[in-house]
Design a protein around this ligand. Structure first.
Ligand code: ATP
Ligand code: MG
Ligand code: FE
Length: 332
């Protein structure tokens, strides 16, 4: 089977072709218009999806060496995400599937982040625990099968990606600041400054406290030394990153203990963070876990993961009707 998959939930327009479970390509157009606003502007994101979608699909189809009449199904991200952004991908997928009279497959974006692990080897064995860390979510998910997942813990306020981006903004870094914190942290001392490690009940997270802590800390320091940030950027980044990673690890360790599962995966944009990858690998080696980390291109938003999820839904015969609508909020 040949499936075309579309991703348009936030600010990446992406298309991918999957053939019999093998992802042939993963074309991504990243939107740079948002940089100067310090965050994603929904109206601009929708408009950029409108501009980018057809070229991205054309490139995916062309580079796969197939034609549209070979398609067995069209897949798309139904949610969660920005409504205006989702509408562009959903409308396109519906029109194409309807026009060619082929099945339509809706995909949950958060499930897809996890199923990105099945694009390449090595693949995790069921059941595994996935720590999904992205711009909008932070979840601990017990993955029992390709399409059978249970959220066992999650953030009660900000996502960890948001914490990276918001603290980066306080440091004067452009959006998205997560990758920049990662970059500067490499040259810094993670113990230079101490920020509070928030501990929530059960397996839940809270990441809103750190941005306030960093804000007040910077305010105080800047009063004494207006150059405090420029003089301490690597140490600040390393300390913030260390605190966020520490919070992620505490609950992951608890989840492993509670569920007795030692197959561990990470997913979502923040799993591109080199500090997180390194400390989780050290933790896994120490505790005898099998740790699975996706390739960089499958960590942030991409249609390859949507294609992978669509493949399993195709096999399970899970199709959507042509009057399906997007969901800004959508449970796993
Ligand atoms: P969701 O998947 O929850 O709907 P999203 O799609 O916006 O949200 P992703 O694209 O998966 O999220 O991830 C984007 C987030 O990942 C941003 O917050 C970005 O700063 C963060 N990020 C990307 N690379 C890194 C990195 N190397 N270090 C830290 N954060 C990173
Ligand atoms: Mg993005
Ligand atoms: Fe995402």
């Amino acid at each position: 089977n040949f499936i075309l998959a579309i991703e348009s939930s936030c600010d990446e327009t992406s298309a991918s072709i999957i053939v019999d479970g093998k992802v042939l390509n993963n074309i991504v157009a990243t939107q740079s218009v948002h940089e100067k606003y310090g965050g994603v502007v929904p109206e601009l994101a929708s408009r950029a999806h409108q501009e980018n979608l057809i070229p991205v699909v054309q490139e995916a189809v062309l580079s796969a060496g197939i034609t549209l009449d070979q398609l067995s199904a069209v897949a798309f991200t139904r949610g969660p995400g920005l409504m205006g952004s989702l509408l562009v991908g959903v409308s396109f997928a519906k029109a194409l599937a309807f026009g060619r009279n082929i099945p339509l497959i809706e995909v949950n974006h958060m499930q897809a982040h996890i199923l990105a692990h099945f694009i390449d080897d090595p693949k995790p064995n069921f059941p595994f625990i996935c720590l999904t860390v992205s711009g909008g979510h932070t979840q601990l998910v017990l993955v029992k099968d390709y399409l059978d997942m249970e959220v066992i813990g999650e953030t009660k306020d900000d996502a960890v990606g948001e914490a990276f981006d918001k603290t980066a903004k306080l440091l004067g870094l452009p959006y998205p600041g997560g990758p920049l914190i990662d970059k500067y942290a490499k040259e810094g001392n993670p113990k230079a400054f101490k920020f509070p490690v928030t501990r929530m009940p059960s397996l839940n997270y809270s990441f809103s406290g750190i941005k306030t802590a960093v804000l007040y800390f910077l305010r105080e320091q800047l009063q004494e030394n207006p150059k405090f940030i420029e003089e301490n950027l690597p140490d600040l980044c390393a300390s913030i990153q260390w605190t966020l990673i520490e919070m992620l690890q505490i609950k992951l360790k608890e989840a492993v203990k509670q569920y007795g599962v030692s197959e561990i995966a990470i997913a979502g944009g923040v799993s591109a963070n080199s500090g997180l990858r390194k400390s989780l690998q050290e933790l896994a080696d120490k505790r005898g876990w099998n740790l699975y980390i996706p390739k960089f291109e499958y960590c942030t938003d991409n249609a390859g993961m949507i294609a992978m999820a669509a493949h399993y839904k195709y096999l399970a015969g899970e199709f959507s009707s042509y009057d399906v609508t997007p969901l800004a909020k959508m449970k796993i």
